[in-house]
Design a protein around this ligand. Structure first.
Ligand code: ADP
Ligand code: GN1
Ligand code: MG
Length: 372
Protein backbone atom coordinates (compact mmCIF):
# COMPACT_ATOMS: atom_id res chain seq x y z
CA UNK A 1 0.00 0.00 0.00
CA UNK A 2 2.77 2.41 0.93
CA UNK A 3 4.83 4.16 -1.72
CA UNK A 4 7.04 6.71 0.00
CA UNK A 5 8.46 7.35 3.46
CA UNK A 6 5.61 7.65 5.88
CA UNK A 7 6.52 8.72 9.36
CA UNK A 8 3.23 8.17 11.11
CA UNK A 9 2.91 4.41 11.53
CA UNK A 10 -0.15 4.63 13.83
CA UNK A 11 -1.92 6.84 11.32
CA UNK A 12 -0.97 4.59 8.42
CA UNK A 13 -2.20 1.49 10.21
CA UNK A 14 -5.47 3.27 10.99
CA UNK A 15 -5.94 4.44 7.42
CA UNK A 16 -5.69 0.88 6.17
CA UNK A 17 -8.93 0.07 8.01
CA UNK A 18 -10.96 2.54 5.96
CA UNK A 19 -12.57 2.13 2.56
CA UNK A 20 -10.21 4.58 0.87
CA UNK A 21 -9.23 4.57 -2.79
CA UNK A 22 -5.77 3.92 -4.23
CA UNK A 23 -2.19 3.71 -2.95
CA UNK A 24 -1.06 5.78 -0.01
CA UNK A 25 1.46 8.39 -1.15
CA UNK A 26 1.83 10.77 1.76
CA UNK A 27 0.60 11.45 5.27
CA UNK A 28 1.35 14.69 7.06
CA UNK A 29 -0.01 16.64 10.02
CA UNK A 30 -2.52 19.21 8.88
CA UNK A 31 -4.34 22.33 10.10
CA UNK A 32 -4.22 24.32 13.32
CA UNK A 33 -6.84 22.70 15.54
CA UNK A 34 -6.21 22.73 19.29
CA UNK A 35 -7.89 19.39 20.01
CA UNK A 36 -7.64 16.46 17.58
CA UNK A 37 -4.57 15.14 15.73
CA UNK A 38 -5.36 15.90 12.12
CA UNK A 39 -3.53 14.46 9.10
CA UNK A 40 -3.83 14.94 5.40
CA UNK A 41 -3.55 11.60 3.57
CA UNK A 42 -2.85 11.62 -0.16
CA UNK A 43 -3.61 8.54 -2.26
CA UNK A 44 -2.90 7.78 -5.91
CA UNK A 45 -5.74 5.99 -7.63
CA UNK A 46 -5.41 3.36 -10.40
CA UNK A 47 -5.92 5.95 -13.10
CA UNK A 48 -3.09 8.08 -11.68
CA UNK A 49 -5.25 10.71 -10.04
CA UNK A 50 -4.73 12.01 -6.52
CA UNK A 51 -7.42 11.44 -3.92
CA UNK A 52 -7.13 13.21 -0.57
CA UNK A 53 -8.61 12.46 2.83
CA UNK A 54 -8.56 13.96 6.31
CA UNK A 55 -7.58 11.43 8.97
CA UNK A 56 -8.12 12.32 12.61
CA UNK A 57 -7.17 10.73 15.86
CA UNK A 58 -9.96 11.91 18.10
CA UNK A 59 -8.89 13.34 21.40
CA UNK A 60 -10.49 10.92 23.79
CA UNK A 61 -9.11 12.61 26.89
CA UNK A 62 -11.46 15.40 25.97
CA UNK A 63 -14.21 13.48 24.19
CA UNK A 64 -14.77 10.65 26.60
CA UNK A 65 -16.98 8.63 24.31
CA UNK A 66 -15.82 8.73 20.66
CA UNK A 67 -18.40 6.16 19.46
CA UNK A 68 -21.27 8.35 20.69
CA UNK A 69 -19.56 11.41 19.31
CA UNK A 70 -19.41 9.74 15.90
CA UNK A 71 -23.12 8.91 16.16
CA UNK A 72 -23.71 12.66 16.45
CA UNK A 73 -21.43 13.48 13.51
CA UNK A 74 -23.04 10.84 11.28
CA UNK A 75 -26.56 11.85 12.35
CA UNK A 76 -25.95 15.54 11.72
CA UNK A 77 -24.10 15.13 8.42
CA UNK A 78 -26.69 12.65 7.07
CA UNK A 79 -29.41 15.12 7.96
CA UNK A 80 -27.55 18.07 6.39
CA UNK A 81 -26.84 16.04 3.24
CA UNK A 82 -30.58 15.43 2.77
CA UNK A 83 -31.36 19.11 3.35
CA UNK A 84 -28.67 20.17 0.88
CA UNK A 85 -29.96 17.70 -1.70
CA UNK A 86 -33.47 19.06 -1.31
CA UNK A 87 -32.19 22.63 -1.68
CA UNK A 88 -30.13 21.85 -4.78
CA UNK A 89 -26.84 22.25 -2.88
CA UNK A 90 -23.75 20.06 -3.23
CA UNK A 91 -23.80 17.50 -0.40
CA UNK A 92 -20.31 16.27 -1.31
CA UNK A 93 -18.74 19.66 -0.58
CA UNK A 94 -21.14 21.61 1.62
CA UNK A 95 -20.95 19.29 4.60
CA UNK A 96 -18.47 16.77 5.97
CA UNK A 97 -18.62 13.26 4.51
CA UNK A 98 -17.61 10.44 6.83
CA UNK A 99 -15.63 7.64 5.15
CA UNK A 100 -16.53 4.24 6.61
CA UNK A 101 -14.17 1.46 7.58
CA UNK A 102 -14.13 -1.61 5.34
CA UNK A 103 -16.47 -3.18 7.91
CA UNK A 104 -18.88 -0.23 7.63
CA UNK A 105 -18.11 1.52 10.94
CA UNK A 106 -17.73 5.28 11.28
CA UNK A 107 -14.51 5.01 13.33
CA UNK A 108 -11.67 2.60 14.07
CA UNK A 109 -10.31 1.81 17.52
CA UNK A 110 -6.71 0.61 17.46
CA UNK A 111 -4.97 -1.70 19.94
CA UNK A 112 -3.82 1.30 21.99
CA UNK A 113 -7.44 2.49 22.31
CA UNK A 114 -6.93 5.40 19.98
CA UNK A 115 -10.02 6.32 17.99
CA UNK A 116 -9.62 7.26 14.35
CA UNK A 117 -11.94 8.63 11.68
CA UNK A 118 -11.66 9.70 8.06
CA UNK A 119 -13.45 12.44 6.11
CA UNK A 120 -13.37 13.20 2.42
CA UNK A 121 -11.03 16.14 1.94
CA UNK A 122 -13.11 19.06 0.70
CA UNK A 123 -11.14 20.08 -2.38
CA UNK A 124 -10.80 23.60 -3.71
CA UNK A 125 -11.23 25.29 -0.34
CA UNK A 126 -9.28 27.60 1.93
CA UNK A 127 -9.26 27.62 5.68
CA UNK A 128 -8.65 31.09 7.15
CA UNK A 129 -6.77 31.52 10.42
CA UNK A 130 -7.49 35.25 10.35
CA UNK A 131 -10.27 37.32 8.82
CA UNK A 132 -8.98 38.81 5.58
CA UNK A 133 -11.98 40.95 4.69
CA UNK A 134 -15.28 42.04 6.19
CA UNK A 135 -16.97 40.21 3.32
CA UNK A 136 -15.45 36.88 4.40
CA UNK A 137 -16.55 37.43 7.95
CA UNK A 138 -20.09 38.48 6.94
CA UNK A 139 -20.24 35.34 4.86
CA UNK A 140 -18.92 33.23 7.73
CA UNK A 141 -21.66 34.70 9.92
CA UNK A 142 -24.26 33.80 7.34
CA UNK A 143 -22.86 30.25 7.13
CA UNK A 144 -22.99 29.70 10.90
CA UNK A 145 -26.45 31.29 11.07
CA UNK A 146 -27.63 29.08 8.24
CA UNK A 147 -26.09 26.00 9.90
CA UNK A 148 -28.25 26.69 12.94
CA UNK A 149 -31.29 27.32 10.77
CA UNK A 150 -30.80 24.06 8.85
CA UNK A 151 -30.63 22.14 12.12
CA UNK A 152 -33.65 23.89 13.64
CA UNK A 153 -35.84 20.79 13.22
CA UNK A 154 -33.11 18.21 13.93
CA UNK A 155 -34.29 15.90 16.73
CA UNK A 156 -32.12 17.32 19.50
CA UNK A 157 -32.90 14.35 21.77
CA UNK A 158 -30.80 12.17 19.44
CA UNK A 159 -27.70 14.19 20.23
CA UNK A 160 -25.31 13.01 22.91
CA UNK A 161 -23.70 15.64 25.09
CA UNK A 162 -20.09 15.13 23.98
CA UNK A 163 -18.67 17.50 26.61
CA UNK A 164 -21.03 18.17 29.51
CA UNK A 165 -21.49 21.84 30.44
CA UNK A 166 -19.40 22.89 27.46
CA UNK A 167 -20.61 26.50 27.44
CA UNK A 168 -21.91 26.63 30.97
CA UNK A 169 -19.97 29.71 32.00
CA UNK A 170 -20.64 29.45 35.77
CA UNK A 171 -19.41 25.85 35.67
CA UNK A 172 -16.31 26.99 33.73
CA UNK A 173 -15.83 29.65 36.40
CA UNK A 174 -15.94 27.03 39.17
CA UNK A 175 -13.37 24.91 37.34
CA UNK A 176 -11.17 27.97 36.98
CA UNK A 177 -11.44 28.87 40.68
CA UNK A 178 -10.57 25.30 41.62
CA UNK A 179 -7.50 25.46 39.39
CA UNK A 180 -6.41 28.66 41.17
CA UNK A 181 -6.97 27.14 44.61
CA UNK A 182 -5.14 23.92 43.80
CA UNK A 183 -2.34 25.65 41.87
CA UNK A 184 -1.15 22.20 40.91
CA UNK A 185 1.98 23.22 39.01
CA UNK A 186 2.81 26.38 40.95
CA UNK A 187 1.95 28.84 38.20
CA UNK A 188 -0.67 31.01 39.95
CA UNK A 189 2.00 33.55 40.93
CA UNK A 190 2.71 34.10 37.21
CA UNK A 191 -0.90 35.06 36.49
CA UNK A 192 -1.92 37.41 39.33
CA UNK A 193 -3.55 40.18 37.25
CA UNK A 194 -5.32 37.70 34.98
CA UNK A 195 -6.72 35.79 37.96
CA UNK A 196 -7.97 39.06 39.47
CA UNK A 197 -9.55 40.10 36.17
CA UNK A 198 -11.43 36.81 35.97
CA UNK A 199 -12.55 36.82 39.62
CA UNK A 200 -13.87 40.37 39.33
CA UNK A 201 -16.38 39.30 36.68
CA UNK A 202 -17.88 36.30 38.45
CA UNK A 203 -21.26 38.01 38.90
CA UNK A 204 -21.82 38.25 35.16
CA UNK A 205 -20.90 34.64 34.37
CA UNK A 206 -24.43 33.30 34.86
CA UNK A 207 -26.23 35.92 32.73
CA UNK A 208 -27.05 33.59 29.83
CA UNK A 209 -27.56 30.38 31.80
CA UNK A 210 -29.99 32.25 34.10
CA UNK A 211 -32.00 33.45 31.10
CA UNK A 212 -32.03 29.91 29.75
CA UNK A 213 -33.18 28.51 33.09
CA UNK A 214 -35.97 31.08 33.23
CA UNK A 215 -37.10 30.10 29.75
CA UNK A 216 -36.21 33.51 28.33
CA UNK A 217 -33.77 32.09 25.80
CA UNK A 218 -34.54 29.01 23.66
CA UNK A 219 -32.34 25.94 23.52
CA UNK A 220 -31.38 25.17 19.91
CA UNK A 221 -29.07 22.75 18.10
CA UNK A 222 -25.85 24.73 17.86
CA UNK A 223 -22.29 24.17 16.65
CA UNK A 224 -20.58 25.49 19.79
CA UNK A 225 -17.09 25.89 18.29
CA UNK A 226 -17.56 28.56 15.66
CA UNK A 227 -13.97 29.61 15.12
CA UNK A 228 -13.22 30.98 11.69
CA UNK A 229 -10.93 28.02 10.98
CA UNK A 230 -13.92 25.72 11.35
CA UNK A 231 -15.28 27.03 8.04
CA UNK A 232 -13.94 26.03 4.64
CA UNK A 233 -14.20 28.82 2.04
CA UNK A 234 -14.55 27.97 -1.64
CA UNK A 235 -11.37 28.98 -3.47
CA UNK A 236 -13.20 29.87 -6.67
CA UNK A 237 -16.19 31.80 -5.38
CA UNK A 238 -14.56 32.97 -2.13
CA UNK A 239 -17.80 32.09 -0.31
CA UNK A 240 -18.14 30.16 2.95
CA UNK A 241 -18.83 26.62 1.80
CA UNK A 242 -18.62 24.00 4.52
CA UNK A 243 -18.88 24.07 8.30
CA UNK A 244 -16.50 21.54 9.85
CA UNK A 245 -15.42 20.37 13.33
CA UNK A 246 -18.80 19.00 14.35
CA UNK A 247 -17.61 17.37 17.59
CA UNK A 248 -19.48 19.80 19.79
CA UNK A 249 -22.77 20.05 17.89
CA UNK A 250 -25.19 19.84 20.81
CA UNK A 251 -28.14 21.70 22.22
CA UNK A 252 -27.00 25.21 23.11
CA UNK A 253 -27.75 28.90 22.75
CA UNK A 254 -27.55 30.80 19.46
CA UNK A 255 -25.49 33.28 21.47
CA UNK A 256 -22.75 30.71 21.97
CA UNK A 257 -22.24 30.41 18.22
CA UNK A 258 -22.42 34.14 17.65
CA UNK A 259 -20.14 34.93 20.58
CA UNK A 260 -17.45 32.37 19.85
CA UNK A 261 -17.12 33.63 16.28
CA UNK A 262 -16.74 37.22 17.42
CA UNK A 263 -14.20 36.23 20.05
CA UNK A 264 -11.93 34.73 17.44
CA UNK A 265 -12.69 36.58 14.21
CA UNK A 266 -13.36 40.16 15.31
CA UNK A 267 -10.13 40.28 17.31
CA UNK A 268 -7.65 42.59 15.55
CA UNK A 269 -4.86 40.29 16.79
CA UNK A 270 -4.30 36.56 16.89
CA UNK A 271 -5.78 34.43 19.65
CA UNK A 272 -2.26 33.97 21.06
CA UNK A 273 -0.86 37.45 20.28
CA UNK A 274 1.79 38.48 22.82
CA UNK A 275 1.64 42.19 22.03
CA UNK A 276 -1.65 43.13 23.66
CA UNK A 277 -1.67 46.56 22.02
CA UNK A 278 -2.65 44.69 18.88
CA UNK A 279 -5.68 43.10 20.50
CA UNK A 280 -8.97 44.95 20.16
CA UNK A 281 -12.54 44.34 19.10
CA UNK A 282 -12.85 45.47 15.48
CA UNK A 283 -16.29 47.08 15.33
CA UNK A 284 -16.47 46.91 11.54
CA UNK A 285 -15.95 43.17 11.73
CA UNK A 286 -18.47 42.92 14.56
CA UNK A 287 -20.90 44.76 12.30
CA UNK A 288 -20.22 42.49 9.31
CA UNK A 289 -20.59 39.26 11.28
CA UNK A 290 -23.77 40.46 13.01
CA UNK A 291 -25.33 41.30 9.65
CA UNK A 292 -24.37 37.92 8.17
CA UNK A 293 -25.39 35.88 11.20
CA UNK A 294 -28.83 37.49 11.52
CA UNK A 295 -29.48 36.95 7.81
CA UNK A 296 -28.24 33.35 8.01
CA UNK A 297 -30.59 32.64 10.93
CA UNK A 298 -33.39 33.77 8.61
CA UNK A 299 -35.27 35.92 11.10
CA UNK A 300 -35.60 32.97 13.49
CA UNK A 301 -33.94 34.57 16.53
CA UNK A 302 -36.20 35.93 19.24
CA UNK A 303 -36.00 39.56 20.26
CA UNK A 304 -34.34 38.54 23.52
CA UNK A 305 -31.67 36.57 21.66
CA UNK A 306 -30.92 39.50 19.38
CA UNK A 307 -30.72 41.86 22.35
CA UNK A 308 -28.25 39.56 24.08
CA UNK A 309 -25.82 39.24 21.14
CA UNK A 310 -23.24 41.60 22.69
CA UNK A 311 -23.47 39.61 25.92
CA UNK A 312 -22.93 36.41 23.93
CA UNK A 313 -19.73 37.90 22.51
CA UNK A 314 -18.49 39.05 25.88
CA UNK A 315 -19.30 35.89 27.80
CA UNK A 316 -17.86 33.53 25.20
CA UNK A 317 -14.65 35.57 25.23
CA UNK A 318 -14.55 35.64 29.03
CA UNK A 319 -15.31 31.91 29.23
CA UNK A 320 -12.57 31.05 26.75
CA UNK A 321 -10.15 33.18 28.77
CA UNK A 322 -11.18 31.24 31.91
CA UNK A 323 -10.55 27.97 30.11
CA UNK A 324 -7.11 28.99 28.80
CA UNK A 325 -6.12 30.31 32.21
CA UNK A 326 -7.38 27.21 34.04
CA UNK A 327 -5.44 25.04 31.61
CA UNK A 328 -2.30 27.11 32.18
CA UNK A 329 -2.74 26.64 35.94
CA UNK A 330 -3.32 22.91 35.53
CA UNK A 331 -0.16 22.40 33.48
CA UNK A 332 -1.48 22.56 29.87
CA UNK A 333 -3.48 19.36 29.91
CA UNK A 334 -6.30 20.33 27.52
CA UNK A 335 -5.31 22.68 24.67
CA UNK A 336 -2.32 21.87 22.48
CA UNK A 337 0.50 24.29 23.31
CA UNK A 338 3.48 25.19 21.13
CA UNK A 339 5.54 27.44 23.40
CA UNK A 340 6.10 28.33 27.03
CA UNK A 341 3.17 30.20 28.63
CA UNK A 342 1.11 29.67 25.49
CA UNK A 343 -2.15 29.25 27.40
CA UNK A 344 -1.38 32.30 29.55
CA UNK A 345 -0.80 34.38 26.41
CA UNK A 346 -4.12 33.12 25.05
CA UNK A 347 -5.94 33.98 28.29
CA UNK A 348 -4.45 37.48 28.19
CA UNK A 349 -5.77 38.17 24.69
CA UNK A 350 -9.25 37.02 25.70
CA UNK A 351 -9.32 39.26 28.76
CA UNK A 352 -7.95 42.22 26.81
CA UNK A 353 -10.79 41.68 24.36
CA UNK A 354 -13.36 41.49 27.16
CA UNK A 355 -12.05 44.80 28.55
CA UNK A 356 -12.29 46.35 25.09
CA UNK A 357 -15.87 45.09 24.66
CA UNK A 358 -16.76 46.72 27.97
CA UNK A 359 -15.48 50.04 26.54
CA UNK A 360 -17.34 49.56 23.26
CA UNK A 361 -20.56 48.20 24.77
CA UNK A 362 -22.85 51.02 23.58
CA UNK A 363 -21.48 50.79 20.03
CA UNK A 364 -21.94 47.02 19.97
CA UNK A 365 -25.55 47.44 21.07
CA UNK A 366 -26.31 50.03 18.41
CA UNK A 367 -24.76 47.88 15.67
CA UNK A 368 -27.04 45.01 16.70
CA UNK A 369 -30.04 47.32 16.73
CA UNK A 370 -29.19 48.58 13.23
CA UNK A 371 -29.38 45.03 11.83
CA UNK A 372 -32.63 43.85 13.37
P1 ADP B 1 -9.81 20.38 15.74
O1 ADP B 1 -10.99 19.86 16.48
O2 ADP B 1 -8.53 19.90 16.29
O3 ADP B 1 -9.89 21.86 15.58
P2 ADP B 1 -10.75 20.16 12.96
O4 ADP B 1 -11.78 19.13 12.69
O5 ADP B 1 -11.22 21.57 13.06
O6 ADP B 1 -9.92 19.73 14.26
O7 ADP B 1 -9.65 20.04 11.82
C1 ADP B 1 -8.42 20.77 11.86
C2 ADP B 1 -8.19 21.48 10.53
O8 ADP B 1 -8.13 20.49 9.47
C3 ADP B 1 -9.28 22.44 10.09
O9 ADP B 1 -9.13 23.73 10.69
C4 ADP B 1 -9.11 22.45 8.58
O10 ADP B 1 -8.01 23.26 8.21
C5 ADP B 1 -8.71 21.00 8.26
N1 ADP B 1 -9.83 20.14 7.86
C6 ADP B 1 -10.60 19.38 8.68
N2 ADP B 1 -11.50 18.66 7.99
C7 ADP B 1 -11.31 18.96 6.68
C8 ADP B 1 -11.90 18.49 5.44
N3 ADP B 1 -12.88 17.57 5.43
N4 ADP B 1 -11.44 19.00 4.27
C9 ADP B 1 -10.42 19.92 4.27
N5 ADP B 1 -9.82 20.37 5.39
C10 ADP B 1 -10.24 19.91 6.59
C1 GN1 C 1 -10.82 24.46 20.59
O1 GN1 C 1 -11.07 22.37 18.22
P1 GN1 C 1 -10.77 23.80 17.98
O2 GN1 C 1 -9.32 24.13 17.89
O3 GN1 C 1 -11.59 24.29 16.81
C2 GN1 C 1 -11.94 24.24 21.60
C3 GN1 C 1 -12.88 25.44 21.59
C4 GN1 C 1 -12.11 26.71 21.93
C5 GN1 C 1 -10.96 26.86 20.95
C6 GN1 C 1 -10.08 28.02 21.30
C7 GN1 C 1 -13.64 20.91 21.81
O4 GN1 C 1 -11.37 24.56 19.28
O5 GN1 C 1 -13.91 25.26 22.54
O6 GN1 C 1 -12.96 27.83 21.86
O7 GN1 C 1 -10.13 25.67 20.90
N1 GN1 C 1 -12.65 23.01 21.28
C8 GN1 C 1 -12.94 22.13 22.25
O8 GN1 C 1 -9.25 28.31 20.24
O9 GN1 C 1 -12.68 22.32 23.43
MG1 MG D 1 -11.24 23.04 14.55
Amino acid sequence: MTEENLNYPGAEEALRQFAVEGCLKEIRPYGNGHINDTYLAVFRTKNGEEKRYILQRMNHNIFKNPPLLMENVVGVTDYLRKMLQAQGGDPARETLNVVRTVGGASYYEDAGHNFWRVFLFVEGTRCLEKVESARDFRDGGAAFGNFQKMLAEFPAKQLHETIPNFHNTPSRFRDFRKAVEEDRVGRAALAGPEIQFALAREAEAATLTDLLDRGELPLRVTHNDTKLNNILFDQTTGRALCIIDLDTVMPGLSLYDFGDSIRFGANTGAEDERDLSRVELDLDLFDAFTEGFLKGCGGKLTQREVEMLPMGAKLMTYECGLRFLADFLEGDVYFKVHRENHNLDRARTQFKLVADMEKKWAQMASIVEKHC
